[in-house]
Design a binder for this molecule. Structure first.
Ligand SMILES: [Zn+2]
Length: 256
């Protein structure tokens, strides 16, 4: 039997979490939805997601969340939160009851994806969610809703963050990534000349689109002179006159 997970957003529709530059509960829902979708579509994972909607008190909210987790057959419980403190506080952290090594990996994965401080794993045995869920549990504090820097990093790297969180969970539960073959027709495969950016993306110094290879943002409607189209694995990259690489995916670029 494949292992399952339950992932939920911290706080609820009527019991707000922290609020600053970001609204904790709203963003936690987005992260939960995207991570769930990655684990069940891009990986062979299976599980449940939950957003608490009815409670009007914090105690009831916590009880509803934990009851939902405990009602499912699963191997791992994940709660997604955002931190809140002074404007200068920054970083990702992951709280645990006894999953120290998983929490360490999770905290680092989030911090790396966002390019912010890794605050690390923190034992918090007194927290209701960690104490009352009967399976191994971790509580993510993605970044600080009170920090301009964290909010910006989060907005710019949302997809990378969710992929990173999903990967740590997938590794823990032995999920494998599904082979996804992009359709050739989704990419420009030949034709030098001018290309317009349809959807904001990044230009990279290398064919590998790693965060560390990012050089500049390509704003919508910018036009680039493309001197080559390079096949990279199953996908294609546009090479610009200045030697940078941009995706050749038609959802992002358009030949003009
Ligand atoms: Zn919270």
């Amino acid at each position: 039997m494949p292992k399952k997970f339950v992932i939920s957003s911290g706080h609820g529709a009527k019991v707000p979490g922290a609020s600053g530059i970001l609204n904790e509960h709203e963003e936690a829902k987005k992260v939960v939805n995207r991570v769930f979708s990655i684990l069940t579509n891009n990986y062979n994972g299976s599980g449940y997601k939950y957003h608490e909607k009815t409670a009007t008190s914090q105690d009831q909210n916590l009880a509803n969340i934990v009851n939902h987790h405990n009602s499912k057959s699963r191997s791992l419980d994940i709660s997604v939160h955002f931190n809140s403190a002074s404007a200068s506080a920054t970083g990702s952290e992951c709280l645990y009851y006894d999953e120290k090594s998983l929490s360490k990996k999770m905290s680092k994965a989030m911090a790396d994806a966002l390019g912010i401080l890794d605050r690390g794993a923190k034992e918090r045995k007194e927290l209701y969610f960690l104490r009352k869920t009967v399976k191994p549990a971790i509580l993510l504090e993605v970044c600080f809703v009170t920090s301009e820097k964290d909010a910006k990093a989060y907005r710019e790297n949302f997809e990378g963050l969710c992929q990173a969180i999903a990967k740590v969970i997938a590794d823990k539960l032995d999920y494998k990534k599904k082979e996804s073959k992009p359709k050739k027709s989704e990419y420009y495969t030949e034709g030098n000349g001018l290309y317009r950016i349809k959807k904001k993306c990044w230009a990279y110094s290398k064919l590998k689109f790693d965060k560390k290879n990012r050089v500049e943002v390509c704003p919508e409607n910018t036009v680039y002179t493309i001197v080559d189209i390079v096949k990279y694995g199953l996908v294609y990259r546009l090479k610009t006159k200045s030697g940078l690489y941009i995706t050749a995916k038609k959802a992002f670029v358009e030949k003009v």
